[in-house]
Design a protein around this ligand. Structure first.
Ligand SMILES: Nc1ncnc2c1ncn2[C@@H]1O[C@H](COP(=O)(O)OP(=O)(O)O)[C@@H](O)[C@H]1O
Ligand SMILES: [Mg+2]
Length: 367
C-alpha cells in the first residue's frame, strides 16, 4: 500500500504544554484516515503541522514521498478545511469555489469547468449564483469542501468539519462525505472528537490521547480489540462495562475479585498472560453484546432497569453493592425488574487491562 502522507516522530510544545508527543503514522492513497480523540489531545496541531501552518519541534513530514517539513503550505499539495469553514459571505457560491483556482491563475475555461463539476458532485449547482453567506451552514461547509476539491490536492485535510451543523444534517453529511470521497478518489485525513463519526467514515482510525497516538487500526479493530484502557473507554456507545478488582488464582482458575463479587475468567489464559497479573489490580471490560443471559451463567445479579435498545433489551444488572453491568438480551425474553438472572461472558470478547499501565497483557501471538 502506498503512503501519501508519512508522519515521522513529530513533537510540538507550546510553553509547558506538550501538544504532540512523538507521533508517527502513515496515510495510504485514497483512504479516509481519521485522527480521533478528546478535545485538547493534539489533533488540530498534528493537522496544522502536516499542512505546514505549524512547525514541529522534532520529526519529519513526507507527502507523496517528498520531505515537506521545510516547505511552506502552498508547496505541499494539500488543502485544509477548517473547523470554522470561512466562506466569503458576500461573494457568490461560484466565486467562493473558484477562489483557490484563481489564486493559482488557472484559465477561465478551467475555472468554469471545475467549479461546475464540483458543484455538481456536492449538490451545489442550484446555489452557484447565490450569496454564500445566505445559504445554510451545511451548504457553506460544502463550499469549503468544493473550494479544496477543485484545486485537486494530493491530500484533503479536514478539521472537525461537521461540528457546526445540526445533528441530523451531520449524519447526512457524513454519508455524503464518504460517497464523495469514493467518487472522486482522494486521500482524506479527517479529524474528529466524535467516535461514532470516526467509526462510520474511516478506513482507518488513529486514536490520540494527551498528545500521544495510542492505537491505529480499522474501525472494527479499534472497536473489537482496543489495545489499552483509554481506547476501550473512548469507543462504543454504550460504552463497555468495566469492573475493577484484583486478579486471584485458585488452583488453575483465575478469578476477578472485588468485595463480595467474584467473576471467573475462564478460558482467558489462552489470550492473556494472566500469571503476570496475579494479585494485582486489573480492569476487566466487556461490551453489552458480548454477554448472554444463561441459567448456567457464572455471574449472578438482580435486574435494576430494563431499557429497549432497537430490537434488544439492555438489562442493567446489579452484581454487587457498587457494580451494575449492562447486558443485552432478546426483546422476547420474559424478564422483569427485581428478578435474579445469571449471565455468561463471551471469553474471546473479554478485555483485561493492567490497571497500573492501562495495557493489555496479551500473550504473544494472541488476538
Ligand atoms: N497556539 C497555541 N498556543 C498554546 N497552546 C496551544 C496552541 N495550540 C494548541 N495548544 C494546546 O495544545 C494542546 C493540543 O491542542 P489541539 O491540537 O488544538 O487539540 P485538539 O485539536 O485535539 O482539541 C491543547 O492543550 C491546547 O491548549
Ligand atoms: Mg481541534
Amino acid at each position: 500500500m502506498e503512503a501519501e502522507v508519512v508522519v515521522n516522530n513529530i513533537s510540538k510544545r507550546f510553553g509547558d504544554t506538550v501538544a504532540v508527543d512523538r507521533v508517527s503514522f502513515e496515510v495510504y492513497r485514497n483512504e479516509v484516515f481519521t485522527l480521533l480523540g478528546p478535545s485538547g489531545c493534539g489533533k488540530t496541531t498534528t493537522l496544522r503541522i502536516i499542512a505546514g501552518l505549524e512547525r514541529p519541534d522534532t520529526g519529519r513530514i513526507y507527502i507523496g514521498g517528498i520531505d515537506v517539513t521545510d516547505l511552506p503550505p502552498q508547496k505541499r499539495d494539500v488543502c485544509l478545511v477548517f473547523q470554522e469553514y470561512a466562506v466569503f459571505p458576500h461573494m457568490s457560491v461560484y466565486e467562493n469555489i473558484a477562489f483557490g483556482l484563481k489564486v493559482r491563475k488557472a484559465s477561465s475555461d478551467t475555472v468554469h469547468r471545475k467549479v461546475v463539476e464540483a458543484a455538481e458532485t456536492l449538490g451545489l449547482t442550484q446555489y452557484l449564483s447565490s450569496r454564500a453567506g445566505g445559504i445554510s451552514l451545511s451548504e457553506q461547509q460544502k463550499i469549503a469542501l468544493a473550494r479544496c476539491m477543485v484545486v485537486e490536492p494530493r491530500v484533503l485535510l479536514l478539521d472537525e468539519p461537521l461540528t457546526l451543523v445540526d445533528a441530523r444534517t451531520r449524519e447526512r453529511m457524513r454519508r455524503e462525505l464518504r460517497e464523495i470521497q469514493r467518487k472522486i478518489g482522494i486521500t482524506m485525513l479527517y479529524v474528529t472528537h466524535d467516535q461514532l463519526e470516526a467509526l462510520m467514515l474511516s478506513d482507518r482510525i488513529a486514536v490520540m490521547n494527551r498528545g500521544r497516538l495510542v492505537q491505529v487500526g480499522t474501525p472494527i479493530e479499534i472497536y473489537d480489540n482496543p489495545q489499552n484502557l483509554f481506547v476501550a473507554q473512548f469507543i462504543g456507545s454504550p460504552t463497555m462495562n468495566f469492573i475493577e478488582g484484583v486478579l486471584r488464582k485458585y488452583g488453575e482458575s483465575f478469578i476477578l475479585e472485588r468485595d463480595d463479587l467474584k467473576i471467573p475468567l475462564d478460558n482467558l489464559a489462552e489470550y492473556y498472560d494472566l500469571e503476570r497479573l496475579v494479585d494485582r489490580e486489573v480492569v476487566v471490560g466487556f461490551r453489552p453484546e458480548d454477554s448472554s443471559i444463561d441459567v448456567k451463567g457464572t455471574i449472578e445479579g438482580s435486574i435494576e432497569l430494563i431499557e429497549i435498545v432497537g430490537d434488544k433489551l439492555a438489562l442493567h444488572i446489579r452484581v454487587s453493592r457498587d457494580v451494575i453491568l449492562k447486558v443485552y438480551t432478546s426483546i422476547y425474553e420474559d424478564i422483569s425488574i427485581g428478578s435474579k438472572v445469571r449471565f455468561l461472558l463471551n471469553p474471546s470478547k473479554v478485555h483485561v487491562f493492567d490497571k497500573a499501565t492501562g495495557r493489555k497483557p496479551l500473550l504473544i501471538g494472541a488476538k
